[in-house]
Structure formats: C-alpha cells, structure tokens
Design a protein around this ligand. Structure first.
Ligand code: COA
Length: 184
C-alpha cells in the first residue's frame, strides 16, 4: 500500500504515536511539540497524514499531508491535497530521500482519489523550488505565508514565510493524447 514504501535502508510509512517526540529531532524542533500533537490528532480523525522516513529506530525525514482546508486552493477534502513540513536530516540530503517522500505522498493522495498535489516553496528557498519544478510542480500563486502556532510553552508565535504555491496533476496523461499505430 502507498503508505509503506521501502527505499534502500529506509522505510517510508505513517508516523506512530510513540514517535511524536522523535519529530523534534533532539531539540531542533521542540517548539513545535503542540503542533505535532495537534497534527497527530487531526491524522487520527482522517484530516491529515503524517509520513516519516525511518532508518532503524531513527526518524530521518518527514512530509505531512493536509487533506482539507478552508483555503481550498491548498486542500479541499476530495481533489486537492497539500504537502508540507517536508524535511530530511541534513547529513542524508541529496540522496533522493526528499524525492521519495514526495512521491510516496503523491501516491497516498492518488490512492484516495485526489487529482492534484499542492506544495509551497519558500521564496528564500530556491533549492526547494527547483526540486519541486523538476518533479513536475508548477507555480500558480504566491502567498505571504503567515501562520500562527502555540509553542511548547503555550505562547502564541507568528511565522512569516512568503512562498510560491505550486501544484502538480496526479492524473496520468490519457493514452489517447498520444498517436498510436492506428492513427497513421
Ligand atoms: C528539501 C529537502 C527535503 C530535499 O531532500 P533531499 O533528500 O535532499 O532531496 P533529494 O535528494 O531528493 O533532492 C535533492 C534536491 O533538493 C534540492 N534542495 C532543496 N532544498 C535544499 C536544501 N536546503 N539543501 C540541499 N538541497 C536542497 C536541491 O535542489 C537538490 O537538487 P540537486 O540535486 O539538483 O542539487 C531537504 O533539502 C531539506 O530537508 N531541506 C531543509 C528543509 C526544507 O527546505 N524543506 C522545504 C521547505 S519549502
């Protein structure tokens, strides 16, 4: 099934509840503890999907999927799904794991009948933009990228990450679009 994929020594699969602390990467992302808990609860309700890449017992990468949103250009609950929070451990970057996380997320959406994947590339992150373009995403909007979250101490924090919003069709091109032997 789309939600468990073996990639060399890595496995990509959905996150299990006891692994929530491991998303903090030994302190690097501790401020998002409440966000991860909330995301997990949304996942239990079927509103989000949390995919992680695991090597042995270690979480080495992740991508989350938001299935529905009031911002329907991102996710509408049936045809458009939003991929976000993509990251790979720095020492493992550049080996294709980010690409495999994205293709697994796309397959997960496709298996649910979604026809479009949406992703945002920070305007200060041209590397991510290039990667998404290479994987078939095209920019269709930009967004000031303002969002709020409660940090680990319960204080409200504001993030501003202006981004390009990109989309990719998950529908394979129709065979009839290509000439075949009978057409000549
Ligand atoms: C973006 C990211 C998940 C890609 O993971 P990865 O396993 O290195 O991806 P792949 O090996 O499949 O592809 C590598 C490509 O990622 C691109 N890339 C994007 N952001 C990058 C970054 N911060 N550092 C290095 N490469 C990056 C590069 O263009 C590279 O392409 P290249 O081979 O033509 O140079 C990873 O670089 C990462 O975790 N970056 C920090 C978090 C981040 O920027 N997330 C995206 C938010 S918009």
């Amino acid at each position: 099934m789309a939600e468990r994929v073996e990639v060399g020594k890595f496995v990509i699969r959905t996150l299990r509840e006891p692994e929530l602390p491991a998303l903090e990467w030994e302190g690097v992302y501790t401020q998002y503890r409440r966000v991860y808990r909330q995301t997990y609860e949304d996942a239990v309700r079927g509103q989000r999907i949390m995919l992680v890449a695991v090597s042995g017992l270690r979480l080495v990468g992740q991508v989350f999927i938001q299935l529905s949103s009031t911002e329907t250009r991102y996710a509408d609950g049936y045809s458009r799904g939003y991929l976000y929070s993509l990251r790979v451990r720095p020492e493992l970057q550049g080996q294709g794991l980010g690409t495999r996380l994205l293709s697994t997320a796309e397959a997960t959406l496709r298996a649910r009948g979604y026809t479009t994947a949406v992703i945002a590339a920070g305007k200060d992150n041209p590397g991510a933009y290039r990667l998404y373009e290479r994987l078939g995403y095209r920019s269709f909007a930009d967004d000031p990228g303002v969002w709020y979250f409660q940090d680990v101490n319960g204080a409200q924090q504001t993030i501003e990450e202006p981004c390009w919003v990109m989309e990719k069709s998950l529908v394979p091109p129709d065979d009839d679009d290509f000439p075949d032997d009978d057409d000549d």
